[in-house]
Design a binder for this molecule. Structure first.
Ligand code: UT7
Length: 336
């Protein structure tokens, strides 16, 4: 039976480190508040150049992460026949970033698509890659999660509940068809659109001629808005449900899991999920202190770090789980 093995991982984060104290210079917040409420100590933000634009695009970061994943996988880039890029923030409204990555990597007309599923984007993208491989649509899929959040943040006190949480970065994996007994075992995917407005970014709006106006900008409708407590409550519950569901579907129990890689939304969510699932901290990956929430990029960045740190090894049973805007949530079960 054809399976989808993850052969290589890579990550890239911008060099510019933004500490909690740096943010306290921009808005009314404090290192203590951010650490206690989220576990975040610092995050990476792209640098803004003299021309007023970021010195790196989202595609630039994705390409750097992808090159590392290609090298670790030991494949040739021309083996890639499909790109799936998960993001909240493509560089332009259209086309998606997948095609910019195809061009920058110098691939010869490989398929390219973007998945706009916010914090759950990478989990959906891995499930899609697995489907493409098992149905023989593709043999080697480059799956990337990448975000430039910082340029869409309200960096004033008005936006402090959100802007202190998010960071920029990219993570990538190479998923390839194999006959071996390893790879993505199964996935579960869910959504509940009735909660869309509890975490969303409204403008530009397609139904409004011209899409955006000064009033919308003055009202901050071009910045993300979140009902934080509500998201927190749903996230904790859905993380646990998805872990149990994907394990049951795959025929395993929590005792079989070597490493849980949760979406990095809040250290308190990660701790609560670890405790409820009965997992010791060594079996739950966390790097939110360094990078904050990089949305679709948290899971692949964590995968790449876990491999580099020797915490993710061939044969391990891994669960990835995520929850985010939509609301959307889901999990992947993987034999590494
Ligand atoms: O990736 C998936 C999507 N995101 C998440 O999963 C995030 C889920 N939610 C959270 O992580 C938490 O709800 C937050 C970290 C966003 C907030 O933590 P909280 O414990 O729920 O705090 P809160 O929103 O209830 O705010 C408590 C107080 C408020 O002041 P008052 O009304 O009690 O006077 C806020 O105005 O903290 C204030 N506050 C801040 N103070 C300092 C909000 N943001 C800040 C800030 N610095 N950055």
């Amino acid at each position: 039976m054809l399976r989808s093995a993850i052969l290589g991982t890579g990550l890239y984060v911008p060099e510019n480190i933004v500490t909690n104290d740096d943010l306290a210079q921009l808005m009314e917040t404090s290192d203590q508040w951010i650490r206690e409420r989220s576990g975040i100590q610092e995050r990476r933000w792209v640098t803004i150049g003299e021309d007023g634009y970021a010195t790196q695009t989202g595609a630039d970061m994705a390409v750097l992460a992808s090159e590392r994943a290609i090298e670790e996988a030991g494949i040739h880039k021309d083996d890639i026949d499909q790109i799936i890029f998960a993001t909240v923030n493509p560089d332009v409204t259209f086309p998606g970033n997948g095609v910019f990555i195809e061009e920058r990597l110098g691939l010869n007309t490989a398929g390219a698509m973007d998945i706009r599923n916010q914090c759950t984007g990478f989990v959906y993208a891995l499930a899609a890659a697995d489907g493409f491989i098992r149905s023989e649509v593709a043999k080697t899929v480059l799956v990337i999660g990448g975000e430039i959040h910082s340029t869409a943040m309200d960096q004033t006190t008005r936006g402090r509940d959100i802007s202190v949480l998010f960071g920029d970065g990219a993570g990538a994996v190479i998923v390839q068809a194999t006959d071996e007994d390893r790879g993505i075992i199964t996935s579960v995917l869910h959504s509940q659109g009735r909660f869309a407005k509890d975490l969303w970014l409204e403008a530009p709006i397609a139904t409004y001629p011209g899409r955006i106006d000064q009033q919308m900008i003055d009202d901050g409708r071009h910045f993300p808005h979140m009902n934080g407590k509500m998201v927190f409550k749903h996230a904790t519950r859905r993380f646990c449900e998805s872990i149990n569901e994907v394990l049951e579907k795959g025929g395993y129990t929590i005792d079989d899991v070597d490493l849980l890689i949760p979406h990095q939304a809040n250290q308190r969510i990660t701790d609560a999920v670890g405790q409820r699932m009965g997992l010791s901290p060594e079996r739950v990956f966390s790097n939110i202190a360094k990078y904050g929430n990089t949305t679709a990029a948290t899971v692949p960045i964590a995968m790449a770090e876990a491999v580099a740190e020797g915490r993710l090894k061939r044969g391990d049973l891994v669960v990835t789980v995520a929850f985010g805007s939509g609301f959307t949530w889901g999990a992947n079960l993987i034999r590494w």
